[in-house]
Design a binder for this molecule. Structure first.
Ligand SMILES: Nc1nc2c(c(=O)[nH]1)N[C@H]1C(S)=C(S)[C@@H](COP(=O)(O)OP(=O)(O)OC[C@H]3O[C@@H](n4cnc5c(=O)[nH]c(N)nc54)[C@H](O)[C@@H]3O)O[C@H]1N2
Ligand SMILES: Nc1nc2c(c(=O)[nH]1)N[C@H]1C(S)=C(S)[C@@H](COP(=O)(O)OP(=O)(O)OC[C@H]3O[C@@H](n4cnc5c(=O)[nH]c(N)nc54)[C@H](O)[C@@H]3O)O[C@H]1N2
Ligand code: SF4
Ligand SMILES: [Mo]
Length: 763
């Protein structure tokens, strides 16, 4: 029996696992007590990662569609040959504009994707990029980019030092934290309260986090922007603002612009829009101002829930709410202050560590390109996921439409609005290629599926989440197990696809995958030496490559980034600094300390200042003001989402140990609503909107606010060919069949997934 340490790749908490292996098999998993970040914490998903590894339904070889239309196992060469032939014919006939990619959530947990997908996207030359970010966190990233300069300039709560945490629309005791990488949220919240701190949770549902809080405010769905504006209003009118060290870095006039923007949003005026009493709003504002340190944090409920309007539509408010969170943080002096909201300093570098410290290009929000059908703007170079189906199934007059789609680690049929339309649209594609370890509701339409190796048979490093962590650490996890026969490293798969795409799109000889790797490494080295913030600035790119030889693949790229990054050895300039070898020799990771103040160096706005009042956001808030005079009546029922501890979006329902019990797809209703509708606990009900209808069991609970129906996403595994028997036995329903693709927040391209009026009736 041997024990291997490996960071869990399943969610943002990034817990260190200690995995016992007996004769090539996982014998047990526990938390690594000595892990510098997670100190032994794990959740059920992490402890059952061995069942994911062992899942007989997990794909171990590529699948290709045979002449009879069935997906059958194939060799890697047969799969690449098919891709070659079909991609060439689509590009020849319809051009690269007819290609699209959809990137799903696990890509940000996957170092192969993080480091090699940019090359594939460039080689494909497609402008049509869609990701799960536009059903998730882009509102926060858009607001942060406007205020601080980049899409990863997201200030995270300094949860270990704060005295007061106001959480809106997040349930970290179940989600384990998001856009805030913090293992052991239960322990961190306990510690906050033990040291006398206060936790206030704003959520239409009395979630596990709300139950652990000192105070829970059951807000009207979609009301957060109004609540936050009224908190800001109170801080301003009661002269409670104290911006602290950030004050010196504010853009000219931006404080005054914010003060006048929030002026109409009195606590009384927002009361019908929030369901929170004016007196409570004032008190929360005063408490935030009075606490020795305080932080405001919001997640999915603030980014993807809209406000139901009188005409039946749902108003997106995600980017405005995300901005107002940091407005409040700024007004109380929390920005860049210990115990407030701070920026991580990622060891592998990131947008906030590159370029000229303190100034940058800023962000153009929304972007300049438009979708073909609806003319929706791009954001951060991506189109809204809510527009994917129509871009496939709606031809222009000249016949233009998307003809080929590559999905990578995603399941947009279950994760994006109007899933049924996308499900149909995928069948009309000339070519669909999927990189995925399962036949899921999306990949079942593919012509070719290329699987990743088991999560335990690969290197894991959290390059992305180091930008969002509540403490700076660096960890490297080598593979625990050998890849099975036929399993292929995902970096190699991506490089091979890049080579194929490059050959087809440029019409030149197809490079070898190794050439792609060398080119990517050269690019990373060249960027490092050109970047004035890099510890390798001014050195010779060739010397950098020589120094990291003979590493190849992700290790070479990681070493280059680490050594030129903010803690790096600078290739000898900082002999005490980090190298990959040094990180690898610390199996429990290296602690780089608590978050440190980073103003003004962290800023990448064009002004070199904090843009507290970006014009787009001030205008968007202004557009909400008329609702203060005439609040739309609350519909009798609106939809909100929920996450489940033993689920992971759509993709772990086939793991037997996670299945069963409360991990089920139900609609939760308040007893008053259930009584009014003639519904009892456990009854099968029909949930419907103008877009679709699903049938699920009702769960009657006073944990949801009256007028709210709460359903999880990621379910709906009834198709005969998906996942495996465990998932199909408890299939549930796809909540996104109820969600219209019409409501999109144009400032972030992000869909509205909750807050819309729905009907529930006994089935
Ligand atoms: N176990 C588990 N963990 C996960 C995931 C998972 O599927 N399962 N998914 C991961 C992913 S991809 C993400 S993005 C994160 C998400 O992490 P979180 O955002 O923390 O998780 P959610 O459960 O979506 O929490 C959103 C909360 O917002 C509330 N809400 C809905 N509408 C409103 C509103 O209008 N206002 C307010 N104030 N609240 C509202 C909901 O009731 C819900 O409690 O979780 C990650 N972690
Ligand atoms: N109504 C509603 N819809 C939502 C949400 C909601 O709260 N409500 N939440 C949204 C959010 S926050 C998110 S992040 C999205 C998630 O939505 P998606 O990202 O579209 O889908 P996932 O369910 O995460 O599916 C991930 C797929 O990746 C595969 N996979 C896992 N690891 C790897 C890997 O290493 N390599 C490869 N190639 N494949 C891999 C899995 O097998 C699975 O099929 O859903 C969104 N949709
Ligand atoms: S909380 Fe997240 S990272 Fe930690 S064990 Fe669970 S799934 Fe893995
Ligand atoms: Mo997400």
């Amino acid at each position: 029996m041997t024990e291997h340490l490996h960071v869990c790749p399943l969610c943002e908490a990034t817990c260190g696992l200690a995995i016992s292996v007996d004769d090539g098999e996982v014998a047990g998993v526990r938390g690594d007590d000595e892990d510098v970040f997670s100190h032994g914490y794990v959740c059920p998903k992490g402890t059952l990662i061995g069942q994911l590894h062992d899942d007989p339904d997990r794909l171990r070889t590529p699948m290709i569609r045979d002449a009879g239309g069935r997906l059958v196992p194939a060799t890697w060469e047969a799969a690449f040959d098919l891709i070659h032939e079909r991609l060439r014919s689509v590009v020849t006939e319809h051009g690269t504009e007819s290609l699209a990619v959809f990137l799903g959530n696990p890509n940000v947990h996957n170092v192969s994707s993080t480091l090699y997908l940019p090359a594939l996207l460039r080689a494909l030359g497609t402008p049509n990029r869609f990701t799960a970010s536009t059903v998730d966190q882009f509102p926060k990233q858009a607001a942060s980019a406007l205020m601080f300069g980049t899409g990863l300039s997201v200030a995270v709560p300094d949860i270990d030092r704060t005295d007061y945490l106001l959480i809106l629309g997040a349930n970290p005791l179940v989600s384990n934290g998001s856009m805030m990488t913090a293992a052991d949220m239960p322990g961190r919240i306990r510690a906050l309260r033990t040291r006398g701190g206060r936790l206030v949770v704003v959520d239409p549902v009395r979630t596990q986090t709300a139950r652990a809080a000192d105070e829970h405010l059951a807000i009207r769905p979609g009301g957060d922007a109004f609540l936050l504006a009224a908190i800001a209003h109170t801080l301003v009118t009661e002269r409670l603002t104290d911006l602290g060290a950030a004050h010196a870095h504010l853009a000219n006039e931006s404080l005054a612009a914010v003060q006048s923007a929030v002026d109409p949003f009195t606590p009384e005026a927002v009361q019908p829009l929030t369901g929170v009493e004016a007196g409570t709003i004032r008190r929360i504002a005063r408490e935030l101002a009075a606490a020795p340190s305080a932080a405001v944090y919001g997640r999915m409920g603030t980014t993807t829930t809209g406000l139901a309007l009188a005409d039946g539509s749902t108003l997106p408010v995600g980017t405005v709410a995300s901005w107002l969170i940091d407005v409040v943080n700024a007004l109380i002096g929390a920005v860049d202050s210990p115990g407030g909201v701070m920026w991580a300093l990622p060891a592998f570098g990131g947008p906030t560590t590159e370029g000229t410290p303190g100034v940058g290009r800023g962000a153009t929000i929304p972007g300049r390109r438009r979708t073909r059908v609806r003319g929706l703007p791009s954001v951060f170079g991506e189109f809204p996921a809510a527009a994917l189906a129509e871009e496939i199934d709606t031809p222009s007059e000249d016949g233009r439409r998307l003809r080929a789609l590559i999905t990578i680690a995603g399941n947009p049929v279950l994760s994006t609005p109007d899933g049924r339309r996308l499900d149909r649209a995928l069948d009309s594609l000339d070519l669909m290629i999927s990189l995925d370890g399962y036949v899921n509701e999306t990949t079942r339409h593919a012509h070719v599926i290329l699987p990743p190796p088991s999560p335990l048979a690969r290197t894991h490093v959290d390059v992305v989440f180091a930008n969002l962590a509540v403490r700076n650490t660096v960890r490297y996890s080598p593979p625990v197990l050998q890849p099975g026969p036929g399993e292929r490293d995902e970096s190699d798969t991506i490089m091979r696809l890049t080579a194929i795409a490059f050959g087809i799109v440029t019409g030149s000889t197809e490079p070898r995958a190794e050439d792609v790797d060398d080119l990517v490494a050269l690019t990373v080295a060249q960027q490092a030496v050109a970047d004035e913030a890099s510890r390798a600035h001014g050195l010779d790119a060739g010397d950098l490559l020589a120094a990291v030889a003979p590493l190849r693949g992700v290790d070479r790229l990681l070493d280059l980034r680490l050594r030129s990054g903010p803690y790096g050895d600078g290739f000898g300039r900082h002999p005490e600094g980090l190298t990959l070898a040094r990180v690898r020799s610390a199996p429990h990771g290296i602690d780089l300390g608590p978050l440190r103040p980073r103003l003004p160096e962290v800023l990448r706005t064009a002004s070199g200042r904090i843009e507290l009042a970006p014009a787009q956001l001030v205008a968007a808030l202004g557009a909400l003001a008329p609702l203060l005079d005439e609040a739309p009546p609350e519909p009798s029922l609106v939809l909100v989402g929920r996450r489940q501890l033993r689920s992971n979006n759509s993709w772990m329902h086939n793991v037997p140990g996670l299945s069963g019990g409360s991990n089920a797809c139900t609609v939760q209703l308040h007893p008053d609503d259930a009584a009014r509708l003639g519904i009892t606990d456990g009854m099968t009900v029909r949930v419907s909107t103008e877009v679709g209808a699903v049938t699920v069991p009702a769960e009657v609970t006073d944990r949801v606010r009256t007028g709210v129906a709460c359903m999880p996403h990621g379910w709906g595994h009834a198709a005969p060919d998906v996942w495996g028997t465990t998932a199909r036995a408890r299939a549930g329903a796809n909540v996104n069949e109820l969600v219209t693709s019409a409501a999109v927040d144009v400032l972030s391209g992000t869909a509205v997934l909750g807050g819309m009026a729905i009907q529930v009736t006994p089935a």
